[in-house]
Write a protein that binds this ligand. Structure first.
Ligand code: PMP
Length: 307
């Protein structure tokens, strides 16, 4: 999806013009994928723009950095303020937010430890990740021939830039075969997640999603949806899922900051359920989209005002 440029990007403590937010080609992260990042959304609410689950996302950023021995030269509070400052500086009412911590310029070779740690925060307007139509009508998905990075090769708990090359292989394979998105299996053959989304199946009114130990990202939207589903009276289970479990589900959907809640209408050319958004998916979307817009009192605490 093309990026819509805005005015400013936050780089290592100051706002710079969008066009000046550059890095040297010999930055460590460009060569070795030595970076960690987050994807966050800011929504328009009645009391102004607000960031959804800012604290949880920044906590995960710090956990990802720890896994790669990167010391972030800013506190979590300072980065929370920087996110809000960047949104204000660009006058946006809703946007996608991309904090990035990467090994910069100064050293070459695989050892990252002597390269500086740089931090940037970019924001831009971003609509529905898998298309506006997808939220209502769902997407067609392919189980990838590429397996998810094994956890003892690359830790799935970390949202690291280099790890995404695994998802890139799967995503491109699915697009070239005419699908919208990929789902990756782990080495044991169980479902992990999509290239940028967690996966849920609904069967007989029970919501199932793979456990984190399957090798999926510990998604923040996944946790929210599990909480919302339980509150709506659904049974929620974290359990290993095979591709057949998804073929035979009544409904299936993706969750993610970018994808929000997107129905999966087909997997490997098998129509799932009625082949359109199912009633449970619709109900969860209803609650989720109301909550992010600040319309549900009990979820208001998850929104951090930008002002
Ligand atoms: N899995 C992967 C591989 C992802 O990249 C993402 C997006 N961060 C997710 C799942 C969903 O996570 P979240 O709900 O925290 O955005």
């Amino acid at each position: 999806m093309p990026i819509t440029p805005v005015d400013k990007i936050w780089m290592d403590g100051e706002l710079v013009d969008w066009a000046d937010a550059r890095v040297h080609v010999l930055s460590h992260g460009v060569h070795y994928g030595s970076g960690v990042f987050e994807g966050i959304r800011c929504y328009e609410t009645r009391s102004g723009p607000a960031v959804w689950h800012l604290e949880e996302h920044l906590k995960r950023l710090f956990r990802s950095a720890k896994l790669y021995h990167m010391e972030i030269p800013f506190s979590q509070e300072a980065l929370a303020d920087a996110v809000r400052e960047t949104i204000r500086a660009n006058g946006l009412t809703s946007c996608y937010i991309r904090p990035l911590v990467f090994r910069g310029y100064g050293e070459m070779g695989v050892n990252p430890l002597n390269a500086p740690v740089n931090v940037t925060i970019a924001v831009w307007p971003w609509g529905a990740y898998l298309g506006e139509q997808a939220i209502e009508h769902g997407v067609r998905v392919k189980v990838s021939s590429w397996k998810r990075n094994d956890q003892n090769s690359l830790p799935s708990a970390a949202k690291a830039t280099g790890q995404y090359i695994n998802g890139v292989l799967a995503k491109v394979e699915s697009l070239k075969a005419g699908y919208d998105e990929a789902i990756l299996l782990n080495q044991a053959g169980y479902i992990t997640d999509g290239s940028g989304e967690n996966v849920f199946a609904v069967r007989g009114g029970v919501l199932c999603t793979p456990p984190i130990s399957a090798g999926c990202l510990d998604g923040i939207t996944r946790a929210t949806v599990m909480e919302m589903a339980a509150e709506l009276g659904y049974q929620v289970r974290e359990q290993n899922l095979t591709r057949t479990d998804l073929y035979n589900a009544d409904e299936a959907f993706f969750t993610g900051t970018a994808a929000e809640i997107t129905p999966i209408r087909e997997l490997d050319d098998r129509v799932i359920g009625e082949g359109t958004r199912g009633p449970t998916t619709k109900e969860l979307q209803g609650l989720f989209f109301s909550a992010v817009k600040g319309e549900v009192e009990r979820y208001a605490a998850f929104l951090t005002p930008v002002a």
